[in-house]
Design a protein around this ligand. Structure first.
Ligand code: ZN
Length: 219
């Protein structure tokens, strides 16, 4: 769970949309699909697709209290560890499939150990620093890989700094990113407020992106 670490946030002019968005605002920034190079041109301060979250939606979907969320969580095997993940709305099943995708490639990529280990963790009922909002870890739908991966709060001044972010995330395995995105997870490494360890289950963000990209059509 990356003890002592909290997902970052700033209380500034943009904070209202971040602090208390409605669902339209939450979905306004389209998550950029695919390899990170494809998103560079659109990266600018405040471009954090998925980081503004309508909390009421998540309490309704995954549980409104720590006890309710825990009751909805089951253990998922991920890199030899059992991590708690929410079984509602396909989240735990999706994480299981993510690991299946990564595990199939891992024997050929021993260097991925530095990205995956030590595993930061999943479920942790906590608020985001400086806000009243619950972290997505509270709902058991977020996973942190190695907590030493770059995170904007540990690199003051680099938030939105295109070159710096590009440098920080250049070594991140595209296959791991693809495994998560294929199963409905977004990556904090695509945010201007970058958080390379952080993935969260946000199928609605992926669905909007895929519809707009013409990859799927809604019935
Ligand atoms: Zn996280």
């Amino acid at each position: 769970m990356a003890d002592g670490r909290v997902e970052g946030d700033r209380m500034d002019d943009a904070s209202q949309a971040l602090e208390n968005p409605d669902i339209r605002t939450m979905l306004a920034q389209v998550y950029p699909l695919g390899p990170v190079d494809a998103v560079l041109a659109r990266l600018e301060p405040g471009f954090d697709p998925g980081r503004a979250r309508a909390q009421a939606l998540f309490t309704a979907l995954y549980g409104a209290s720590e006890a309710a969320v825990r009751a909805n969580c089951e253990a998922v095997r991920f890199d030899g560890k059992a991590v708690a993940f929410n079984v509602r709305h396909g989240a735990a099943q999706a994480l299981m499939r993510v690991w299946g995708r990564i595990a199939a490639l891992l024997p050929r990529h021993p260097e991925w150990g530095a990205v995956l280990r030590p595993l930061g963790g999943t479920l942790a009922w906590r608020r985001i620093a400086g806000t009243t909002r619950l972290s997505m870890h509270s709902f058991g739908i977020a996973l942190d890989l190695n907590p030493h991966l770059p995170y904007w709060r540990t690199f003051p001044g680099e938030e939105g700094d295109l070159e710096a972010i590009t440098r920080r995330r250049s070594g991140f395995p595209p296959e791991i990113l693809a495994a998560f995105e294929a199963e409905g997870f977004i990556w904090g490494g695509k945010w201007a407020s970058f958080d390379l360890m952080h993935f969260e289950y946000r199928p609605e963000m992926l669905l909007k992106a895929r519809v707009l990209a013409g990859q799927v059509s809604l019935p």
